[in-house]
Design a protein around this ligand. Structure first.
Ligand SMILES: [Zn+2]
Length: 245
């Protein structure tokens, strides 16, 4: 059943109420609405727990999409109790983890501004993220870190603009990713805009992001690896460069 994905309109929603609409044989739980982000676009799905009316918890190990993009499956850890269809629950996202992912995900967008090359892959992580670029140039990682931190401290607003799938199809040039599919299939696509009037960047993305670049905090490029002739893999980590020296 299509879910009301509340996180799409409020990235900072860490808790909400919901009613169970389906329980799959493998234990996957569907809800009428959710604040749990499902794995996609390089960002891992949320973990956390579902609180039952008796106060007991169902701990979730992951959140993923079902067969369609508008289906979200909440997957409990093995051995967890399962709720009944129609049961009311209170959802609690593991917020410290999700907030790190939001900061990291936003950092990946900033990196694509500093390095304006086609993106061939990306993976957002709690401690480290990686972005692969189709590029042959050699770049100094400390220089990239300095440019990233300038964008962070300038504190640009980060916000969404919605366009239709058709508008995106008519403007393929706005997609920077070569291999990561833009978040189409829901009828509308969110453009993640950075800076007033998208002055810094605008990119289709269905992930969760912070609302000001300053929230990204201190980050640095830990490594730039050569992956094939035309590929460079950038690893972003939290903290100052000296932390890993
Ligand atoms: Zn994004």
């Amino acid at each position: 059943m299509p879910v009301n994905a509340l996180f799409r309109d409020d990235f900072y929603l860490s808790t909400c109420e919901a009613v169970v609409t389906a329980v799959h044989e493998d234990g996957g739980i569907e809800l009428d609405q959710t604040c749990f982000y499902a794995t996609s676009g390089g960002q891992p799905g949320d973990t956390g727990f579902l609180e039952r009316t008796d106060g007991s918890k169902i701990t979730l190990g992951q959140t993923r999409n079902g067969a369609a993009k508008d289906i979200i499956i909440h997957v409990p850890l093995e051995g967890e109790a399962l709720p009944a269809i129609g049961e009311k629950l209170v959802l609690h996202v593991d917020w410290p983890r999700r907030y790190k992912l939001m900061r990291m995900h936003t950092a990946c967008h900033l990196l694509s501004v500093v390095c304006p090359y086609p993106i061939t892959g990306a993976a957002v992580g709690e401690e480290e993220s990686r972005v692969d670029f189709d590029m042959t140039d050699t770049i100094d990682k400390d220089e990239v870190t300095a440019k990233l931190m300038a964008l962070v401290s300038e504190n640009h607003p980060v916000y969404l603009q919605w366009i239709t799938d058709e508008e995106l199809a008519a403007n393929p040039g706005i997609v920077k990713s070569k291999n990561v599919r833009p978040p189409i299939g829901l009828g509308r696509v969110s453009l993640v805009c950075i800076g007033e009037n998208s002055a810094i960047d605008s990119q289709p993305c269905g992930g969760t992001h912070v609302s000001e670049t300053q929230e990204v905090g201190q980050i640095h490029i830990a490594k730039i690896e050569k992956k094939g002739k035309e590929n460079r893999r950038f690893r972003i980590r939290f903290g100052a460069p000296d932390d890993n020296a």
